[in-house]
Design a protein around this ligand. Structure first.
Ligand code: ZN
Length: 247
């Protein structure tokens, strides 16, 4: 089984299409798991939701998804993010709103638990510290966890031999992580639509159940096309500029 794992697509259709093409070029996909923040920041929320549903995505909710339908407040969002939330809310169709309102915050697939942030605070907490990783792992009942939200591809390995009980590692293009049932991991595939690790290419992962691997992939896409749509929509300029630098 080959499953594509995407997160933080953020209404960037060009990036999502490039990722799906790349994933399918290697062979047929048997599934698509989505770790939230399908919308927000980007210029094509409805198109991205249509594309993910058409591909049969199995999603969890992210903070931007819930904010766009008024289920969480934008008080903790920065001004550009909040402006994008309000713009997104005006674009969504009734069916989009119902779809987002129906999203679970946590979902289990095979031996994986999917959540946007952490299992401690599913839509809000960033998993990039040992404290957050341990809090998450203590609630993870499957061998493997999948998280998004930070927009940075990462691996957490739980092992009592590490001084703090676990260790965090960045993942780069081509990284392959071996999945063994006796070694608990948390994996972050990075962001499709707004990478923040300094590499502007779209980021996603493939779970290959036969090989027992999680592999990370970076894919070039037409950044200028998305930037043009951001400007045409009147969204904050910073949201366009950051795509070019991956920050
Ligand atoms: Zn996000």
């Amino acid at each position: 089984m080959r499953i594509a794992i995407v997160s933080d697509v953020h209404a960037n259709l060009a990036a999502l299409e490039a990722v799906l093409r790349h994933a399918e070029a290697e062979g047929a996909l048997d599934g698509l798991w989505c770790l939230g923040d399908m919308v927000g920041y980007g210029p094509q929320p409805c198109e991205v939701l249509d594309r993910l549903r058409e591909a049969g995505a199995r999603p969890v909710a992210g903070n931007h998804d819930l904010a766009a339908v008024g289920l969480v407040s934008t008080a903790d969002f920065n001004p550009a993010a909040a402006a994008a939330v309000h713009w997104t809310a005006r674009q969504l169709r009734d069916a989009d709103r119902r779809y987002i309102e129906s999203l679970p915050q946590v979902r289990r697939e095979e031996g994986f638990t999917l959540v946007h942030g952490t299992l401690r605070w599913p839509v809000w907490e960033y998993l990039y510290s040992h404290d957050a990783a341990l809090a998450h792992l203590s609630r993870q009942e499957t061998p493997f966890g999948l998280v998004g939200h930070t927009h940075i591809p990462m691996l957490v390995v739980e092992d009592g031999r590490f001084p703090r009980g676990c260790e965090l590692f960045y993942l780069q293009d081509g990284a392959v992580v071996e999945l063994r049932p006796d070694r608990r991991l948390v994996l972050n595939p990075g962001s499709v639509g707004q990478p923040r690790d300094g590499d502007p290419r779209a980021s996603y992962a493939i779970y290959d159940s036969e090989a027992g691997t999680f592999s990370l992939h970076r894919v070039e896409y037409d950044i200028a096309a998305t930037q043009k749509l951001i400007e045409e929509a009147g969204l904050p300029r910073w949201l366009s500029e950051r795509l070019a630098v991956g920050r």
